[in-house]
Design a protein around this ligand. Structure first.
Ligand SMILES: [Zn+2]
Length: 207
């Protein structure tokens, strides 16, 4: 993307999407009231707003390698993701938190590799410690996983949902029915979206 093409894209944005959503932007000029906190992987192949067809002000976004949320007992070590979550839930009072993983996830693949391969990426190695252990897969309904990689991707979504629920105030809001926590899985090439339930495992969200 060179400078010319950036200018052209911004110009197209201003005359296109921004213009057609002018009323929404003007309403939102000094506040936001998103209904959802989206925790997704940083992977460039995923465009959450396009998938969700969301408009400005709807989705509070947190993205990082492997769509992770540190657990309550480690919150002091990870102020960035935890503060995004705190703000979305306590101040913006979102009604939903979606943890969304995806197929072909480099973060999840790396969690299963020898840590030695990350010797030049010590912070990445430390970050990936927030991931699950494959031997915990039996605790969930992961029937239908096509590979060990997919089992890990599914398991990671559920592991991060548990991390979220380890915050007492999150668990309380969920029990009161004021907050819904969802686990989603996205297939990049097919554009398919799946949601987890203990009963059905990962099932397709379709029309
Ligand atoms: Zn990923």
């Amino acid at each position: 993307m060179n400078e010319e093409s950036i200018k052209e894209r911004v110009d197209n944005f201003q005359k296109g999407f921004h213009e057609t959503h002018r009323e929404i932007y003007e309403t939102l000029h000094d506040n936001q009231n998103p209904h959802t906190l989206f925790i997704g992987c940083s992977d460039s192949r995923i465009l959450p707003d396009q998938i969700l067809q969301s408009v400005p002000g709807e989705v509070f976004m947190l993205r990082n390698v492997g769509n992770m949320m540190p657990p309550f007992e480690k919150r002091q070590d990870y102020p960035s993701p935890v503060s995004s979550m705190e703000y979305a839930v306590k101040v913006l009072k979102v009604e939903k938190i979606i943890i969304k993983g995806h197929n072909d996830c480099g973060g999840c693949a790396t969690m299963m590799m020898d840590p030695e391969i990350l010797k030049d990426l010590p912070q990445t190695l430390r970050w990936l410690e927030l991931g699950p252990k494959l031997e915990d897969a039996h605790r969930y309904n992961l029937k239908g996983a096509k590979s060990e990689a997919q089992t890990m991707e599914w398991l990671n979504i559920l592991h991060q949902m548990e991390h979220l629920r380890s915050y007492p105030w999150i668990a309380e809001l969920e029990q009161q029915g004021k907050l819904e926590i969802l686990g989603w899985y996205y297939h990049i090439a097919k554009g398919e979206l799946f949601q987890y339930s203990q009963e059905k495992g990962f099932f397709p969200i379709s029309i």
